[in-house]
Design a protein around this ligand. Structure first.
Ligand code: 5AD
Ligand code: SF4
Length: 479
């Protein structure tokens, strides 16, 4: 089929030689294609949703003939998917843009695009502040990226930060980036309607909308068929997932959706993030308990343990409500691990109120937490209504106390796992040694254990834990 090319004629060769020639020729063509196609490089910051969005962006660009590269220096298009959640996240992005400027100087014609929350927050301001940025694209405008790139190639800088009420990218099959081939994210909804007073997300990601449930199941099925064994359903507030089947007018809740995805295959593990204490229903907990493949792990951010502060944060639950939710988890799924997000030093927080956060951490017995000190974000309710009056020193001191306590709780949590046996999904080699595998148990704890002949990433094995630190468990395979 290729030998009509005058430069290569395989006709007189043996079949083996011909095969080798074919391979050589195909490689040459692939190489030529690679040289001809434009390459994009994408870097992601922030939440899992951003990483998932980058996979949608990659897929949109691949459709247009772009190929992806991990090498910044050889890219024609550098994209940075940004996070605005705290000031520090934005500072990191600005630093990276300085580095991209240098690459651009060495390779004139290279385009730089800013995607995600910072793009949405700063809009055209970005182009004024960062002169060398060529396009600014908000989270709902990724379909427009090829057009914006084409415009930028002509020298026209472009901005699309239109926020949609409908866009869910339901029809786009994400191109998996940096994947271990075992676990993948599936975005089930976009935006957030909650308006927590500290949070910039409702402004950068727009109104909440849920994705077609069948497209979610189809994506999970496709992933399973490709060998993936774990999916994490992503949304800012998964418990408020709500979609209506247009054919039957039947509503699909998050509990229904979980069940639909769990039924894809018993060997496909289901995780989800993030749950909101005000919306997490017993229905969801019962569904989790009913399906072995829905993991016993809930990320249930508390933010603060004090009712007055929670009220200022507009979290719409009280300390007692949160504690009752923890009790419901224990009642319905006794071996469920719970993790949290915690903010230290929110506006007007007193020392006693900070102590309430520490005590709710002990009560909740979090397996782990993401912990931050409050960072005022322009435009949020808190920035408009409250004074950011806790000094940086006090914020840092309270955060340190929170971190220290969490380390202790995690350590004790993990110590209790010693002697227990867990079903582990093997993810790959451990970070420290290629003689060891690492994988997670249902409770989302990473376990490191010596490899065994015949076992591969993507397979399940039983592991008994014999050692634990606050971060990792060590174990050995048992039959
Ligand atoms: N300052 C500090 N932490 C914040 N988070 C969100 N906004 C802020 C802010 N302004 C934290 C919350 C949220 C997590 C994703 O980030 O704990 O759950
Ligand atoms: Fe932000 Fe609250 Fe929405 Fe989470 S639930 S994204 S913290 S507004």
């Amino acid at each position: 089929m290729y030998n009509d090319n005058p430069t290569l004629n395989f006709n007189d060769k043996t079949i083996d030689e011909k095969k080798q020639g074919d391979v050589f020729f195909k490689e040459q063509i692939a190489k030529k294609d690679q040289e001809l196609t434009k390459k994009f490089y994408i870097e992601s910051y922030g939440c899992q949703m951003n990483f998932s969005d980058s996979e949608i962006v990659a897929s949109i660009l691949a459709e247009q003939g772009f190929s992806s590269t991990r090498n910044l220096e050889e890219s024609d298009l550098i994209l940075i998917n940004t996070c605005s959640i705290r000031e520090k996240a934005e500072d990191t992005v600005r630093k990276r843009l300085r580095i991209f400027d240098k690459v651009k100087a060495q390779r004139p014609g290279t385009l730089v695009g800013v995607l995600g929350c910072m793009a949405e927050r700063l809009k055209t301001k970005f182009l004024e502040e960062e002169k060398l940025v060529d396009m600014v694209v908000g989270p709902d405008a990724y379909r427009d990226l090829p057009k914006l790139v084409a415009g930028a190639e002509e020298g026209n800088k472009g901005v699309n930060v239109f926020l949609s009420r409908e866009e869910t990218y339901a029809d786009i099959s994400p191109m998996r980036l940096g994947t271990n081939g075992v676990s993948a994210f599936i975005s089930i909804m976009r935006g957030c309607d909650n308006m927590c007073s500290f949070c910039v997300v409702p402004f950068t990601r727009g109104r909440e909308r849920s994705r077609d449930a069948f497209s979610i199941v189809a994506e999970a099925t496709e992933l399973f068929e490709k060998g993936y064994r774990e999916v994490t359903l992503l949304g800012q507030n998964v418990d408020s997932y709500k979609w209506e089947n247009p054919e039957t007018n039947q509503p699909v809740s998050f509990a229904h959706l979980l069940e639909m995805v769990a039924k894809v295959h018993p060997d496909l593990r289901i995780r989800f993030s993030t749950s909101h204490p005000k919306d997490m229903t017993d229905d969801v907990l019962h569904t989790m308990a009913a399906y072995e493949n829905i993991c016993n792990y809930i990320h249930l951010p508390v933010q603060s343990g004090n009712t007055r502060v929670l009220d200022l944060m507009n979290r719409t639950y009280t300390r007692e409500w949160y504690m009752e939710r923890i009790e419901a988890i224990r009642r319905i799924i006794p071996d469920c691990a719970v993790s949290s997000d915690i903010i230290a030093g929110f506006c007007t927080e007193t020392e006693e109120e900070h102590q309430d956060t520490l005590s709710i951490m002990s009560f909740s017995d979090y397996s782990m937490s993401y912990m931050f000190y409050y960072s005022e974000r322009p435009g949020t309710l808190a920035a408009r209504k409250y004074e950011d009056d806790i000094s940086l020193g006090v914020k840092k001191k309270r955060l340190q106390e929170i971190i220290r306590l969490q380390q202790q709780i995690s350590f004790e949590h993990n110590q209790r796992d010693i002697g227990k046996r867990f079903k582990v999904l093997i993810e790959g080699d451990s970070k420290r040694s290629d003689q060891d595998f690492c994988g997670r148990n249902s409770q989302n704890k990473m376990i490191v254990f010596p490899k065994q002949e015949g076992l591969l990433p993507g397979q399940y094995t039983w592991v008994e834990v014999f050692e634990a630190t606050s971060a990792t468990l060590k174990g050995k395979i048992v039959h």
